[in-house]
Design a protein around this ligand. Sequence first.
Ligand code: SF4
Length: 378
Amino acid sequence: MDATAAATRQSLGRSQLSLDDFAHLISPAGADLLELMGQQSRQITQQRFGKVMRLFAPLYLSNECINNCQYCGFSRDNSILRVTLSVDEVVREARALIDQGFRNILLVAGEHPKFVSQDYLAECIAALHKSVPSVSLEVGPMETEDYRPLVQAGADGLVVYQETYDRAIYDEMHTAGPKKNFEWRLETPERAYAAGFRRLGIGALYGLADWRYEALCVAAHADYLLRVCWKSYITLSLPRLRPCAGEFQPLTHMTDREMVQLICAFRLKFPDVGLVLSTREPARLRDGLMPLGITLMSAGSHTEPGGYTGAGKQNLHTTQRGRIVELGASEWAANGGSVQATEQFHIADERSAGEVAERIRRLGYEPVWKDWDTVLTT
Ligand code: SF4
């Protein structure tokens, strides 16, 4: 990726960028053209998407997991407080989000078929579908046939991050559970597409392999999906590792400036894909990144089941070898009975959804709580 300044300028001047052009834009030579890239990226984003920012919220159903991912607080070997919300509790959580304005909700769960079965997911989706027009899933990968009932129940989007596209690091990070299978995960978006999902979200977790390598792989993956899953709308997320239970330290670092460079490069390479930014990033940075190419943001997020209403508190437990271990009286007493399930990671932007929406307006954008694409195509 040692592109020359001249080659990078040429790439920036093209109306349609190849993967080589994308590699030039994310190279160190591209960093010297960041201002120009920012201007172009901003302009294309406004042309294609208007001055709007779509908002969504994650709703955590369960923090049970059979995998060990070294960077994640929900890993099965972490002795954390776990719970799976009942369908009624999920509805309560969703109502709290609807009251804040959200109509676009991402249901998130760790991978544990015993606690998070396909039937359970279908029930949750069906219970929300009437009041939430846009329901997406970020759950353990499944077979196409297992996805179909979830689409029928009303889910239209599926998010699955490869985490890292570097196979050696992938092996090192995923020490136990079905997630060890790199290919199975990589092919998930295609299985989801075959089942009828029409919004597919992919991404890498920045902080594992070299960010430029990951970004190039994400771009190649997106390029492929745009051709093969051509009826779907593709979104790319840019999560950077955040502190979590287990105290994993990032292996690599992507600076804020490099993140700006990557957002602009993604926008220039893929003028029409959605670019997603979560509350993993701090408020000031999120505000600054907004005009540069981001089209979808989470806001006011909680990354633990029951985080919006306190639902599920009475069923908190630890899980050992798939078996629930009730909390002892002393553990309850120590916490005054007011403990929450453990979160997946600490968020950085702690503003409420209303505060984020207000900030979006002040920046001259319209906050949009619904995914209009979905509404117009159904
Ligand atoms: S990243 Fe996902 S699969 Fe891995 S431990 Fe966390 S919740 Fe489980």
